[in-house]
Design a protein around this ligand. Structure first.
Ligand code: UDP
Ligand code: MG
Length: 315
């Protein structure tokens, strides 16, 4: 029998965990598979670790990996991939926004042999502030125009993959992880399952608008070099413009002489060019900062506590 490993990143999810566990085991028991549940406690400040410990005591299929601090969901998923032993691996949120009821359908799609992974995308953005939806749509338009990996609008991290794909993702050990981009970059044949947006069962979302905006910038910087090209293009255009302006000044001088004027023009040009130079330096700085983090090769996660001995504790 094949084994499915479920990876569940948890950050302050003490209320959701029992509900999630009940629902997911109910579904998994109806499937013709063995399974293991890998809960990653991402440095929670509430009773998450205690809740996971209690589960692990009553169910030997439950493993918990407790981080030494909050490393973020991307690191939690990476730790899960690194420690999952199944033939198939799935990532799910603990808040039941990713319905476990979809698992049998996802598994069946992989069994047909046509696909290497089955991913879900939400067909609506119900219950989300309109301004947030607008920003999200613009983000997907922008990143898909400039980057060579296919990043699907509404794609969620909820997906079931074959081992090969997981190994490919693990091989991408970059520090700045943007999973939506990584899943697209490795390729493989992916089937998309649409489903409706569901509300969280308990607790609240850890993503503020500001955090999402920063995450979107991270995604753009990680997956396209287009912003760097903007600098060269703008520089070229400005140079051409300055030659034209020079020609204009010479002609004007020959035609009407040189009355002292042009103070506002000079100030405007200085401010304009200064502004462009600063923002271009900023873009270069963003890439440099990412490179700096990458070359340090720091680990993605540090596990402080677990109920299993044979795990990768630092990676
Ligand atoms: N999560 C995590 N580390 C974090 C933030 C979130 O492991 O720093 C987990 C969280 O417990 C949940 C999943 O990532 O299982 C998705 O988080 P959330 O529901 O807050 O995001 P949303 O569904 O609102 O996008
Ligand atoms: Mg959620």
């Amino acid at each position: 029998m094949k084994t499915i490993s479920l990876i569940i990143p948890c950050y302050n999810e003490e209320e959701s965990i029992p509900l999630f566990y009940a629902e997911v085991t109910r579904v998994l028991k109806t499937m013709p598979v063995d399974y293991e549940l890998l809960f990653i406690d991402d440095g929670s400040r509430d009773g998450t670790k205690a809740a996971l410990k209690a589960l692990a005591e009553q169910d030997s299929r439950v493993t918990y990996l407790s981080f030494s601090r909050n490393f973020g969901k991307e690191s939690a998923m990476y730790a899960g991939f690194a420690n999952a032993g199944g033939d198939y691996v799935a990532v799910m949120d603990a808040d039941l926004q990713h319905p476990p009821a979809l698992l049998p359908e996802m598994y069946a799609a992989l069994q047909s042999g046509e696909y290497d992974s089955v991913a879900t995308r939400r067909i609506d953005r119900k219950g989300e502030p309109p301004i947030r939806s607008w920003f999200a749509r613009q983000f997907y338009k922008l990143i898909n125009r400039f980057s060579d990996s296919d990043i699907v609008d509404g794609a969620q991290d909820f997906r079931l993959m074959k081992r090969d794909m997981v190994d490919a993702i693990l091989a991408m050990s970059e520090y700045n992880r943007f999973s939506k981009g990584l899943f697209g970059w490795v390729g493989f044949r992916t089937k998309w399952l649409p489903h409706e947006n569901t509300a969280r069962v308990a607790g609240e979302s850890k993503w503020s608008f500001w955090k999402l905006l920063c995450y979107a910038f991270d995604g753009i910087i990680s997956f396209t070099q287009a912003p760097l090209n903007i600098a060269s293009w703008l520089g070229g255009i400005m140079t051409m413009f300055s030659f034209l302006y020079l020609a204009f000044i010479i002609i004007k001088y020959l035609a009407v002489g040189d009355p002292v004027a042009g103070w506002p023009t000079i100030i405007c040009l200085i401010l304009f060019i200064g502004g462009i130079q600063l923002s271009m330096l900023g873009i270069i700085g963003q890439y440099l900062a990412k490179t700096y983090l990458e070359v340090k090769k720091r680990p993605h996660f540090i596990i402080a506590e677990s109920n299993r001995e044979d795990i990768r504790r630092i990676g």
